[in-house]
Design a protein around this ligand. Structure first.
Ligand code: ADP
Ligand code: MG
Length: 322
């Protein structure tokens, strides 16, 4: 029902950037190799995500607007392991309940695509149409029917910064996906498929080509790959620190500290090195469900992971300085 969806929306979709994240993650889950993100007015008037993924059947398309209609879990055990990004079937119904949503989709083998128009949870139009294979979802006038939430939104600059963060966080985790981002008809990012280093350089600029130190660590418990910045390029402000567990962007104060401390006397206080590190470990050893937006993660053996990370970064820095 609409109210339950709006309540859920309050948890899952707090701002335009959360909607962008949910839509992009769905495209990734649908195995898209190209995702286009088109934003107007920092997402306040329009958010469109177009992908070339699997598309949806007519049934899927109608179902996905119902609560808990996820196609991604079949057993409770799956729920714990979380191989795909989405797992609760809450995002689309939540977004639909607080916006005007258009869904266009076509699966391979279908001649015609399907177009659905939804206003605040209610399907007001359904028709067949011409469509590329994949899915396009357009969210207009987010929070149009929840004025309190709309009022809570920050300035365009701030809201767009959040969208940019979401886009970049995913762009780093999926360098093999072709990603584009438009804001108010201006092209912000055109990221061609490549490896992680190429993606970092595409996002942060050509100088990064010569600023990165490769990190690699392989233990039974934990695998680490990625890059840390050279000490001499550390910046006076934070903002270029990216940490992922099982390819999911997370924030973790302790583990971030592990990286900073690995630099020891190589950088002065109040300087922060770039890093983009990917940790791979058994999903059973963590709890990702501590927050609906899934950015916070609780680790079973945080100290242990802290130590491995710190020594991996130290090791990489030592290799570099000799
Ligand atoms: P979840 O991702 O947790 O399953 P969502 O509400 O985000 O829940 O999506 C509901 C369902 O809609 C998905 O499980 C999937 O079947 C379908 N879906 C959503 N977006 C796409 C997309 N871009 N391509 C294909 N299927 C999609
Ligand atoms: Mg989802």
């Amino acid at each position: 029902d609409v109210v339950a969806n709006q309540i859920a929306a309050g948890e899952v979709v707090v701002r335009p950037a959360s909607a962008v994240k949910e839509l992009m993650e769905n495209s990734i889950d649908a195995l898209a190799t190209k995702i286009e993100v088109i934003i107007q007015d920092s997402g306040k008037t329009k958010i469109q995500v177009i992908d070339n993924g699997s598309g949806m059947s007519e049934m899927d398309a109608r179902m996905c607007l119902e609560r808990h209609a996820t196609s991604k879990i079949s057993t409770n055990e799956d729920l714990q392991k979380l191989f795909s990004l989405g797992f609760r079937g809450e995002a689309l119904p939540s977004i639909a309940s607080v916006s005007q949503l258009e869904l266009k989709t076509r699966q391979e083998g279908e001649e015609m695509g399907l177009r659905l128009e939804v206003h605040g949870s209610e399907v007001i139009k359904q028709e067949y149409c011409q469509a590329e294979i994949g899915t396009s979802i357009t969210i207009s006038n987010l929070f149009y029917n929840t004025p309190a939430r709309r009022k809570f939104l920050k300035s365009d600059t701030v809201e767009f910064k959040h969208i940019l963060d979401v886009f970049q966080n995913l762009a780093l985790a999926y360098p093999d996906i072709h990603l584009t981002l438009y804001h108010n008809d201006r092209l912000y990012h055109q990221l061609y498929p490549g490896n992680l280093k190429q993606r970092i350089v595409q996002i942060f600029g050509n100088p990064y080509e010569h600023r990165l130190i490769h990190v690699k660590e392989d233990t039974d418990y934990l695998k680490i790959t990625g890059f840390v910045g050279k000490p001499e390029n550390a910046k006076k402000s934070r903002g270029e620190q990216y940490l992922y567990i099982n390819n999911r962007y997370i924030k973790n104060f302790r583990l971030t500290l592990a990286v900073y401390q690995a630099y020891e006397k190589l950088i002065d206080d109040n300087s922060y090195p770039f890093f983009c590190l990917f940790l791979q470990m058994d999903p059973e050893k963590m709890d990702v469900n501590v927050h609906p937006t899934k950015q916070e993660i609780k680790l079973e053996d945080e100290n242990f992971v802290f130590n491995i990370m710190q020594s991996a970064v130290k090791h990489a820095l030592m290799q570099y300085s000799v």
